[in-house]
Every structure is written in structure tokens, then in C-alpha cells.
Ligand binder design. Structure first.
Ligand code: 2HA
Ligand code: ZN
Length: 266
């Protein structure tokens, strides 16, 4: 087998960029303890010529993801910290390859029997989202989950647990938001994290949006590269911060007017 990491500049730069973003998530306070997870479809850049898979740990998937057959992903590890991933990505993340039947995967960055760890507990949601992306043939490669404090705080207000009022608020607080997040966020009511139900609702929300906001939990965002995916979350969080800053200064934020917003949409 070719060494997965040897002379693979594109893989090295994706790992480096992901580590940078993991550091930002930690610095922003959006990744306490082991919170958050990232997966990146690296099938196009990883040239994995493997004849014998037996040295690698193989794990079954609870579902089959037919569109992801033979695909490879860089995935953060379960129980691993973003701040540790930032410093030492491949001790806190793994590379997986889905088998041809798309009902299991090998961990290519580990050897069977070696001390190993599993991918994120949200793997089913991540793979379900990658499957949606593959089905529609859109270019997104990255799925990023983070506990974005400002956006979580909004979902504690009943009035914002409604997609229209949530997006009107976020778009209204800052001109950048409608420009860079024109589809707004999809709202996902509270459900048990890691459950099949929340995975289904997240996939549904991402059919029409680039960001799904989980009530009282955090965001799932998709994007073409890890920096862009982070940017979208960052912009949304900025809008929420402006709202809360006005509120705490006893200012009723006026928000952008309908005509100011429609000028920005052009
Ligand atoms: O990875 O954030 O939702 C830990 C989590 C689970
Ligand atoms: Zn979470």
C-alpha cells in the first residue's frame, strides 16, 4: 500500500486547515470539552491503493449509505477535544474509507490491534449529510458541528424557535448575514443528540439551507472547505451577538429595513 500520508500535499493541507479551524472553535468557546465534530470528504484527494485491507480495523455502520461507497473521510474522533485536534490532528482524528457495500468502514489511519479510537458519536448524522450532498451532486465537502453559544442562546427564546423569526432576526442584525448566508438557517427542534430522528431532521433542514440549528444544542453547517464552513457559523454568531449586545444595553435593535435587505440580496 502507498503510505496514506506520504507525499500527499493536498491531504496535509486539509489536515492543517482543519486543525486551524478546530483551534478557532475552541478559542470562540464553541467546543467545550469534547464538543463539536468535523468530517471532510477527501475521496478526490486521497489516492488510496490498497490491496489488502486486513491490517485495518473494520467497523459496521448501522445503515447503508449507497452514494458513499468507496468514499474516504477525515473525521474527528469520539471523545476527542477540538483544542487537542488543533495541536495534534492525527492523534485526535482519523481517516476512514467506506466499503463497497457502503455498510461499514475501515480506519485507514490505524492498524488493527493498535490502541485506537472511534470516529465522532455523530458519525451517522455526518454520513447522512454527505449522502445528501452526493445524491444532489453539490460540491460541499465539509460537515461541521459546533456548540455556538450565541446561536444556542437564541433557541432558548420561544419566539426564535421558528425558522422565519429566527432568520429575520439573524439577517436583520448585520448586512453580511444575508449576503453570505442567503438561505438562512434551518431550525431543528430539540431531540436526543446522536439519535436517528435528529439525523433525519438535520438532513431535511440541510436540503434547503447550509446551516441547521439544533435547539438548545448547536449548529451543523456544510461548505466547500473548512474555512468557509467556519465563516458562515461565525457570521451567524456575530448577528446573534449584536442582538444580545443591544438587549443588554437596553437598546431595542431596529434591524435592517426590508428595503435595505432587498438591496443586499441583489
Ligand atoms: O462530539 O458535540 O453532539 C460531541 C458532540 C455531540
Ligand atoms: Zn454537540
Amino acid at each position: 500500500m502507498k503510505d496514506l500520508f506520504k507525499h500527499n500535499k493536498p491531504l496535509h493541507s486539509i489536515i492543517r486547515e482543519t486543525a486551524e479551524v478546530a483551534g478557532y472553535l475552541w478559542q470562540r468557546g464553541w467546543a467545550e470539552r469534547n464538543a463539536g465534530n468535523i468530517s471532510i470528504n477527501i475521496s478526490e484527494i486521497v489516492d488510496i491503493e490498497i490491496i489488502d485491507y486486513s491490517p485495518f480495523p473494520f467497523l459496521d455502520l448501522p445503515f447503508s449509505y449507497p452514494k458513499l461507497a468507496d468514499s474516504s473521510f477525515l473525521v474527528t474522533g469520539t471523545g476527542k477535544r477540538m483544542r487537542d485536534f488543533a495541536n495534534s490532528p492525527m492523534n485526535n482524528g482519523i481517516v476512514i474509507k467506506v466499503n463497497q457495500s457502503a455498510n461499514g468502514y475501515w480506519i485507514l489511519s490505524q492498524k488493527a490491534g493498535s490502541s485506537s479510537f472511534l470516529p465522532t458519536s455523530e458519525l451517522s448524522t455526518h454520513l447522512g449529510i454527505h449522502q445528501l450532498i452526493a445524491e444532489r451532486g453539490s460540491p460541499e465537502k465539509v460537515v461541521l458541528h459546533a456548540h455556538t453559544t450565541e446561536l444556542i442562546a437564541l433557541t432558548h427564546a420561544e419566539e426564535f424557535c421558528n425558522q422565519d423569526s429566527l432568520n429575520n432576526l439573524l439577517w436583520g442584525m448585520h448586512p453580511e448575514t444575508i449576503v453570505f448566508v442567503p438561505k438562512g438557517v434551518g431550525f431543528v427542534p430539540y431531540m436526543l443528540p446522536g439519535s436517528v430522528e435528529i439525523a433525519m431532521e438535520t438532513i431535511k433542514a440541510l436540503q434547503n439551507h447550509d446551516v441547521a440549528l439544533w435547539e438548545k444544542h448547536g449548529v451543523f453547517a456544510i461548505g466547500n472547505c473548512v474555512h468557509e464552513t467556519f465563516d458562515v457559523i461565525d457570521i451567524l454568531a456575530k448577528s446573534a451577538r449584536i442582538y444580545f449586545m443591544c438587549q443588554s444595553a437596553n437598546i431595542l435593535p431596529r434591524g435592517l429595513t426590508a428595503s435595505q435587505l432587498s438591496d443586499l440580496k441583489l
